[in-house]
Design a protein around this ligand. Structure first.
Ligand SMILES: Nc1nc2c(ncn2[C@@H]2O[C@H](COP(=O)(O)OP(=O)(O)OP(=O)(O)O)[C@@H](O)[C@H]2O)c(=O)[nH]1
Ligand SMILES: [Mg+2]
Length: 624
């Protein structure tokens, strides 16, 4: 019999009620006998100690329940913007989603960011307007805001009554007709439900909506295996457990992959992760035994697709152990955290023996600090948080280095051209050489040569002229060549190894970049600040001093909205000053708005790797 599965994400801004709704759905499906509470730290999905202490979700968590013959694998995600990378991984494995919006706080910038990503990926989505029991709940205003700020393609499935009281309830307009169901399943329409995850109002209706209005899939598990790892957990013995969604094919216990051999497998079904011998397309499995697995890895045939749906982290900080003797342990601990945690990206500076961590914000920093203390017994300090800039090439640069010359002691010729590309386009590596010139005895195939060179170029672009990652450019390989032991006298000599090319690439590329010149750009944020109308003057003056161009005030009675754009460091400064300026009444919301050239002296980041533009020092450090 075919098993029908729906992999369902619950997404929303922080505190909208995702975890509480998850708990209610599990209860309604009969998977749990008591409804746990976020406030008491007793829910199924906020299972980490840190989540329970703080009352927020930090990691995505999978639970499963059956409805109408469908296995729903529900993934509860964190809503705090500091943990957006955790949501990023989950997006790629969803068949459908429920976006929760608080009936009191309404549509927030984070809601917009999530909804846009879901729409870009064509993920069918239901909306649940939660907290109708809370005083101030205004579902009509929320419906308007949804139409204006999220999508006009909405269909209210009922109305809410007895608002703002424990008796608040959802009155359904009746079951959806076949056409509505079809269009909702295709992601063209978004049915809207109202309710309260706390009291359970409207939950039964959403539950039915999940079964009827989202596309569950049935698959026999034929075809080649294609599966994606979206979460890694460590078991009690430190073993890695990989959460994997199968897109096609079948996976068995004892299957072998580059990352290791599957020693045990559990599939989410009937409210639990059940031990099985195989997992089929559509299902989510927990896999044991893959010692080398990392988040984002594919098992079997990879599927392409956009990887980045959200803004990158824009902050970083150097982490040091309080006890200098703990340096090595800290390195290992952070390395392990980075492997299992899509949020953590580390940069190791071997020259200074420092490690820095990229960050989305202060809450994430606190979580890393607490995790190192709780799980590794490591006490650490974070130095000042700084902004991560990028470098964009200003024009075209091209360099060719011939082998066995004073400026190129490596055994290969290499030519690279660097051209600027559109902002936001990332890095593209192209090949304009005769495949026969490539050292195929090292790389076997031209395809493999291209893959390696692509990687070397990207590594070399990690640190540009000012030490920042170079991006928004095209790099073209214009020349490749090497000598032969028995070649003509002018081209006779040792053949290159892969390491030769790894070390030569930064040397050539940075010279091309020096010719092209680079512009350092800083992350910008669109902000909207809501402040008491009587302090608009001082707030505008402060924004002016921070360099914000033309904030337009729009008064709404006692409160006024100010919208403008600010670079990341100035946004931090505004956040620090706003409480003082507004008597604690001001709120600022921000959304990443791309990079812009810094005004004034560009900041320089200390290089973590040897500088290829200082030839002698470079060669001394990397060795021939
Ligand atoms: N009054 C009321 N409170 C609710 C409702 N749903 C959730 N809450 C409360 O809102 C707070 C946040 O709820 P959570 O379920 O943790 O919200 P979340 O979206 O999972 O939060 P993050 O995972 O941290 O983003 C808790 O104090 C809940 O008790 C509701 O329908 N009504
Ligand atoms: Mg939560």
């Amino acid at each position: 019999m075919l098993r029908r599965t729906l992999n369902l994400g619950i997404l929303a801004h922080v505190d909208a009620g995702k975890t509480t709704l998850t708990e209610r759905l599990l209860y309604a499906a009969g998977v749990i006998d008591d409804v746990g509470s976020v406030d008491k730290g007793t829910t199924q999905t906020d299972s980490l100690a840190l989540e329970q202490q703080r009352g927020i979700t930090i990691k995505s968590a999978v639970v499963s329940f059956p409805i109408d013959g469908v296995t729903v694998n529900l993934i509860d995600t964190p809503g705090h913007p500091d943990f957006i990378a955790e949501v990023e991984r989950v997006l790629s494995v969803l068949d459908g989603s429920v976006v929760v919006i608080s009936a009191v706080e309404g549509v927030q910038p984070q809601t917009r960011i999530l909804m846009r990503a879901l729409q870009r990926l064509d993920i069918p989505t239901l909306l649940f307007v939660n907290k109708i029991d809370r005083p101030g709940a205004d579902p009509e205003a929320v419906l308007d805001a949804i139409e204006q700020r999220l999508t006009p393609e909405i269909v209210p499935m009922g109305s809410a009554a007895a608002l703002g009281t424990r008796a608040a309830e959802f009155a359904s307009f009746g079951p959806a007709d076949a056409e509505l169901a079809e269009r909702a399943q295709a992601g063209e329409l978004h049915p809207v439900f109202f309710g309260s995850a706390l009291t359970g109002a409207g939950v039964q209706e959403v539950m039915e909506g999940i079964a009827q209005l989202l596309p569950a899939r049935a698959d026999g598990g034929d075809g080649p295996l294609s599966a994606r790892v979206f979460k890694i957990e460590r078991g009690p013995a430190g073993d890695r457990i990989a959460y994997t969604r199968l897109f096609s094919g079948t996976m068995h216990v004892r299957d072998r992959f580059d990352a290791g051999k599957v020693t045990a497998l559990r599939v989410f079904a009937d409210g639990d992760a059940v031990q099985r011998d195989e997992a089929l397309a559509g299902e989510i499995a927990r896999l044991w035994g893959l010692a080398e697995i990392r988040i984002g890895d594919w098992l079997g045939v990879p599927r392409g697709g956009v990887e980045h749906h959200f803004a990158p982290p824009t902050l970083e900080a150097v982490v040091t152990p309080t006890d200098p003797a703990d340096g090595q342990r800290l390195r290992v601990a952070l390395g392990q955290l980075a492997e299992q945690d899509s949020l953590i990206d580390i940069r190791q500076d071997d020259t200074r023996g420092e490690i820095s961590v990229s960050l989305y914000g202060e809450v994430q920093r606190e979580v890393i600090e607490a995790t190192l203390a709780d799980e590794y017994g490591l006490e650490v300090e974070f130095r000042e948080t700084t902004t991560i800039c990028i470098e964009r090439p200003m024009s075209t640069g091209e360099t060719v280095e011939l082998l066995n010359t004073p400026t190129n002691p490596f055994h290969a010729d290499l030519g690279l051209r660097l051209d600027p590309a559109l902002p936001g386009s990332g890095v593209e590596v192209l090949f304009d050489v005769d495949p026969r010139d490539a050292p195929l005895y090292v790389f076997k195939t031209f395809e493999s040569f291209r893959e390696h060179m692509d990687e070397y170029v990207r590594l070399a672009l990690e640190e540009g002229l000012n030490g920042w990652q170079v991006t928004d450019c095209t790099v073209t390989l214009t020349k490749i060549g090497y000598s032969l032991a028995d070649g003509p006298p002018s081209r006779r000599g040792p053949m290159p190894t892969a390491r030769d090319l790894l070390k030569l690439t930064p040397l050539v590329l940075l010279q091309a970049l020096e010719q092209a010149g680079s512009t350092v750009c800083e992350p910008m944020f669109r902000i909207s600040a809501e402040v008491p109308t009587d302090v608009v003057g001082p707030v505008l003056a402060a924004l002016g001093r921070l360099g914000a161009g033309g904030a337009t005030p729009s008064p709404r009675g006692e409160l006024t909205m100010l919208e403008t754009t600010l670079p990341a460091p100035q946004l931090q400064e505004l956040r620090r000053r706003l409480p003082g300026l507004t008597g604690g009444e001001g709120v600022v919301e921000s959304e990443f708005a791309g990079y812009q050239p810094v005004t004034g002296e560009p900041p320089i980041r200390k290089r973590a790797k040897p500088n290829p533009l200082d030839l002698d020092a470079y060669l001394a450090q990397v060795g021939r």
